[in-house]
Write a protein that binds this ligand. Sequence first.
Ligand SMILES: Cc1ncc(COP(=O)(O)O)c(C=O)c1O
Length: 441
Amino acid sequence: MSDTPIFDAVMDYSKKNYIRCHTPGHSGNGEALSDALSAVASFDVTEVDGLDSLYHADDIILKCEQNAAKLFEAKRTLISAGGCTLAIQTMIALVCQRGGKIAVSRNAHRSVVSTLALLDIEPIWLYPQDNVVTAQTVEDTLNSISDVLAVYLTSPDYYGRLCDIKSISEVCHSHSVPLLVDNAHGSHLGLLKTNLHPIHLGADLTACSAHKTLPVLTGGAFLNINNEQYIEDAKRFMSIFGSTSPSYLIMSSLDTAVDWALKNGKKSFIELEKKVSELKTTAKKCGILPDFENVDPVRLTLQPAKIGLSGIGAAKQLKSAGIITEYFDDEYVVLILTPFLNPSDFKIIDSAIKNLKSDGTSITKNNILKFSAAKAVMSPRQAIFSKSEIIPIYMSEGRIAADIVCPCPPGIPAVIPGEEISSAVINYLASRNISEIRVVK
Ligand SMILES: Cc1ncc(COP(=O)(O)O)c(C=O)c1O
């Protein structure tokens, strides 16, 4: 039997045929929407009597969150209809409300940087070694800077590379500092043969962009809490950033995904692991499997540059076989594979991998973001709220960035507001077709 409290309540409400004198403005009438959207009108409800309230949940939403907490082995889980971004804003506010310092991996998503600016937090950047932040880097940082309030990592990254969360959480806890993990790409990690979810491995808080890898509508996410001290304020802080009109379509999909994951998730993801492992074997034979050490077993990242084909060229060739990829750059192409692809899709992907051929174009690797320490002249907050102007990118060397500049995906800022713009940043942005930049006046 399914245990889907939000979904059930929304269904019941839609069957009642009430005269809806409340938002949304389509009044539940499908004819008010275009044909393609009409089917969802009666389920697109709002926080009316009987449907609970996201930030004061004590009924169906709380029950869904309790089910989700079981799924993630968390002490408390909150749902978000404002994407992982809302979960990230909340978890940063929980550890650092009145400014202070947070150690943040430099491959952080743009939403992290804007939250630091909003809360006037000073980032202490952790630079990845061999692509990931190591326990040693975290240890060295915490030993050298005594007033760091939290450590914030992105794991997995876009390519599926994982940090050693277990060791890093031990380091953090030995310094009495909480570990926050942006697990946007890893909501499914607890469903794998080996549980790789950061909550299971010792993180205090995780933000999980459920819609990326679980059967959830775009915008659905979870905030997992594994440290009692953050539970009390979590809803309150989420409400500071979030919309007062959370989508019940999104929340219903989180609810049904939790039910699906509790019942079928493990079996489905273990089957997926096998299928992806076969694709990885094919990629290895074709010489395009990256030599990453610690990766999400179901993220398929190919490195066609190894056979003289850029990631951009590979994405084009895959598209001509009917396959749209999640991300590509000069060197890599990334595919998100889920249990909801058809079995025949895996055969098509397999043969498309076998057919990838060098297209003779040069691979500059200019459009791969490299992280090196930049000169920070002012804080992200000061820079974002300074008087600023937009100038051509080629004239910006030495000027101070006034905005987050990043191609999306991967959504990782090439330059942080307050930092001096370097020639390397200019080359990267130009290679991603960004021609202008906002700088401090
Ligand atoms: C690492 C990472 N964190 C956070 C986010 C933001 O997630 P959302 O779009 O669900 O707000 C993204 C989105 O791509 C991401 O890649």
